[in-house]
Ligand binder design. Structure first.
Ligand code: F0G
Length: 461
């Protein structure tokens, strides 16, 4: 089987609304006819007769795990047969060894949620510590192939960190537009270290997107937000890798956070394609969780029957998903319908508690990732998830992305002065504030003994 030949012939861009198939994409990656988003599709895969032998593909990918080739060592490029073709790949691929992220069992969180079989795929274990790297390696390589000097994105922090790193590796300049005062220092510091031109705009994420869209129409900069369909293709590989880790036996549920809705669209697209190609035999239900203060997609589905998305002013301490006008909502809606998933919303306190519970399993994640566990608890209570069903949470960012949130939570300051202040008492048993002691042995032993007395509370988690 010559997979290379297949790659070079099958991928095309198509508008998700009017189905126009242009020869190439414009600078804003929107349909020239109707303005909606574009996606890649693979004409040869939908005819009912797959061009691939599923067993041969699985064994090819497995063998690449021991290969010394740069591209084979990436958990994205290892699956390149399912990605669109980039001409002269060897010359243009920019990789930092992304993907290959661990799948962890979460026993304490499983007890807290009331399920027996709970796993987390930790996309925060990527080179820049978020899931963005899987899409960025692919889209940045496409920018390099297009000979762009500048790449740009609007971001709540993680996209900018990732883009800046991949641009630096590919000798391209990067322009970052971030909302002033609304992203964590960890993420901002990454963009600076990787050499981006970082503009903190006095607006929110949605305001940054608007300015960026106008900019790419006037200047030859390559847009690296998730409206770029190459980003979505790269991010598909998280789902492919997950299925491989599960020996191609799909779980019953996959749960992801929802912000701009690129990631849910990508994972859902991969699941549908894998079933089409007979790599898996059934689809897991893909559910999307939003913060209650940034819930335009939740309202789209529950209040408007998926017919329209009403933009809102978003507000949540999970700054990564403080997004009021998600670009990919139609794509996300489609995968929700294809897989039979749900959309839930969770409160600030539910997010904070879930984050501490994931931490207590020795894993940790950033606040936006923790909405998955908080959402699972709600889906369990509503009966959508059954106790015996297998669930995988997608953790999108590393715990060290936002240490401020974690420290404030454990000190009991996170909700001070907010309407949640009184309800925050629920989280007390999870808080582990640092204790300041005199430098003497007796004080340390007293602290140890006091902690031992509280141990039963910890075990009850
Ligand atoms: N989790 C984290 C840690 C994120 O950074 C994001 C998005 C999401 C979840 C939501 O993913 O947008 O694909 O639905 N962060 C973007 C950024 C918007 O600019 O870093 P989504």
């Amino acid at each position: 089987m010559s997979t290379t030949r297949i790659l070079e012939t099958v991928s095309r861009l198509r508008c998700i609304s009017c189905a126009a198939i242009p020869d190439s994409a414009g600078q804003d990656f929107r349909c020239a006819a109707c303005g909606d988003l574009m996606e890649f599709f693979f004409p040869g895969w939908t005819s009912g007769s797959s061009p691939f032998d599923p067993a041969a593909l699985k064994s090819l990918w497995q063998n690449r795990r021991t290969s010394r080739e740069n591209l084979d060592q990436s958990g994205v490029w290892r699956f390149r047969e399912l990605l669109p073709h980039i001409p002269n790949l060897a010359e243009h691929a920019i990789t930092l060894g992304e993907g290959n992220t661990p799948l962890y069992r979460l026993p304490r969180c499983a007890r807290a949620a009331g399920v027996e079989n709970l796993l987390a795929k930790h996309q925060g274990m990527n080179p820049t510590a978020s899931f963005k790297d899987t899409g960025m390696t692919f889209a940045a390589s496409s920018a390099h192939q297009g000979k762009f000097r500048w790449v740009a994105c609007a971001s709540t922090g993680n996209t900018s960190a990732s883009m800046a790193a991949y641009a630096a590796r590919g000798n391209m300049h990067s322009l970052v537009l971030i909302p002033e005062g609304q992203i964590s220092w960890g993420k901002l510091s990454q963009a600076l270290d990787y050499g981006a031109l970082t503009c903190q705009l006095r607006t929110d994420f949605d305001g940054c997107v608007q300015i960026l869209n106008e900019l790419v129409r006037q200047k030859p900069v390559y847009l690296l937000n998730s409206v770029n369909p190459y980003r979505i293709e790269g991010q598909k590989t998280a789902a492919i890798e997950l299925m491989e880790q599960l020996a191609w036996e799909p779980p019953d549920h996959i749960i992801v956070p929802g912000g701009n809705l690129g990631n849910s669209s990508a994972i859902g697209k991969a699941l549908v394609e894998m079933r089409e190609l007979k790599l898996i035999s059934r689809l897991p239900k893909l559910s999307i969780i939003q913060a209650q203060g940034a819930n335009p997609f939740y309202r789209c589905v529950h209040d408007f029957g998926g017919k329209k998305l009403e933009p809102m002013t978003a507000d949540t301490l999970a700054t990564a998903i403080r997004i009021g006008n998600p670009a990919s909502w139609k794509k996300a809606l489609r995968v929700l319908q294809a897989t039979g998933g749900e959309v839930e919303q969770v409160t600030e306190i539910e997010i904070a508690i879930a984050k501490a519970e994931i931490g207590a399993d020795g894993i940790g994640c950033e606040p936006a990732s923790a909405v998955t566990l908080a959402g699972l608890k709600k889906l369990r209570r509503s009966g959508f998830v059954k106790p015996g069903e297998a669930v995988v949470l997608i953790l999108t960012g590393h715990i060290l992305k936002d240490p401020d949130f974690t420290i404030k939570f454990h000190r009991g300051d996170l909700f001070a002065g907010t309407p949640d202040e009184t309800d925050a008492a629920q989280a007390k048993s999870l808080q582990r504030a640092p204790v300041v002691l005199d430098a003497n042995l007796g004080a340390v032993i007293a602290a140890l003994e006091a902690a031992e007395r509280n141990f039963s509370t910890i075990l009850m988690l």
